[in-house]
Design a protein. Structure first.
Length: 394
């Protein structure tokens, strides 16, 4: 569901390479996007068939059948009524992620592109529908499946860093100025915090261990949750906007034995101000090095000895989709499940609330209590966005 940019650029090229899966139908209210996506997907399956015809004739024929059997719909409801859907991939803007509830209530497995929902209130409804109907849910955070963070997690779990103490993770670029909806809080639910810092939060949690609790969140001075470049050319128009274009926050993860980890996180549409990736433990640290054609992981001990760790070569989006398909086939939960999606959404909300409260630390429970004073998700989003500061200073 949803055949725009994220589907066409990231998900679509991966699907022909995912084992035991075939895209049977596409749905979108945009006929233009729908027709383009179908054309591109058919071409991708045909390309796979050509590569396989001298190696595996049966697999090549299956790819051609897949290319010829794709159907399209202008309505998700009609698609779910007519097609035998086993797994629904939602790639729409956040306002429409609540469509996941329709799948869950039909017992259909579903995965949703980050963020989980337009607001915490909608995310809670999705979470409840998944729990009530005992359906599969994957929070599609591709960075969990990225070779860099996957390998880093193995190094951490293997004990090479000792006990984790601190990490810095930044996701940043100059902003999605070609697409207006990103800058419209009534569709997106927020700005760079929702679009970019969501990666930082989930990756940090993944590295710390999802079994740990996000204890508190704090908007971090001097930038905090701010609108640093208040006028931009957005989809061809020089205009102002309300959402933040930079977000710096501190998270505290706590374990069941009183242990904790601090994370400095950034999600920016004004390029990077923080270390892109750094993890410090009691006996060593991890960082990355950009080589000529690839990234490598650097493991440095407390005496300064550094060794290089190569990264596996795979595409994060393809691995993300493969994981969902394998989990559905085996009846397993995804490592990036509905609990991760809801927890990440609550952490983002707590960061906004921290900015409103003068950058005081906010627990997830405090944010949840605040969110529940609103009956409508849009009202909650607008209240949080009002706290966004203008400029980049204290």
């Amino acid at each position: 569901m949803g055949t725009g940019s994220i589907f066409q650029r990231m998900h679509l090229p991966s699907y022909p390479e995912v084992q035991d899966a075939q895209v049977v139908a596409l749905a979108d209210v945009s006929e233009k996007n729908l027709n383009m996506a179908k054309k591109l997907l058919q071409a991708a399956y045909e390309e796979k068939a050509k590569k396989l015809e001298d190696i595996d004739a049966e697999a090549a024929e299956s790819a051609r059948v897949a290319a010829d059997s794709i159907t399209t719909y202008a309505s998700l409801d009609v698609m779910l009524d007519k097609e035998d859907v086993e797994l629904l991939d939602i790639c729409t803007p956040p306002k429409y992620h609540v469509d996941a509830i329709k799948a869950a209530e039909r017992g259909i497995a579903v995965m949703v592109e980050k963020p989980m929902a337009f607001s915490y209130l909608e995310a809670e409804k999705i979470w409840q529908a998944v729990k009530d109907n005992h359906t599969f849910y994957q929070h599609n955070e591709q960075e969990v499946f990225d070779p860099l963070y996957y390998t880093s997690r193995k190094v951490i779990q293997g004990g090479a860093l000792g006990e984790l103490a601190f990490m810095s993770i930044s996701f940043a670029h100059f902003g999605p100025e070609s697409r207006r909806w990103f800058w419209d809080e009534e569709v997106s639910g927020g700005g760079s915090l929702v679009d970019m810092a969501t990666h930082s939060i989930t990756v940090a949690w993944f590295l710390a261990g999802f079994e740990k609790k996000i204890a508190s969140v704090k908007s971090a001075a001097p930038i905090g949750i701010s609108r640093r470049v208040p006028q931009r050319i957005i989809q061809g128009e020089f205009r102002e906007f309300n959402v933040e274009d930079d977000a710096h926050l501190l998270l505290r993860f706590e374990g069941e034995h009183g242990d904790w980890i601090t994370a400095l996180l950034e999600g920016s549409w004004t390029e990077r101000d923080s270390l892109p990736f750094f993890v410090q433990g009691t006996t060593g640290r991890l960082s990355i090095k950009e080589e000529a054609t690839e990234k490598v992981l650097l493991l440095t001990d407390n005496f300064g000895y550094t060794r290089t760790i190569g990264l596996p070569r795979w595409a994060a989006f393809e691995m993300e989709l493969s994981n969902a398909v394998a989990c559905v086939k085996e009846g397993a939960r995804s490592i990036s499940n509905e609990d991760v999606g809801l927890g990440t959404t609550a952490a983002m909300g707590a960061a906004y609330l921290s900015e409103i409260k003068g950058r005081a630390a906010v627990t997830l429970e405090e944010f949840q209590d605040y969110a529940h004073t609103f009956s409508d998700g849009l009202e909650l989003v607008k209240a949080l966005i009002k706290g966004v500061k203008e400029g980049s200073g204290v």
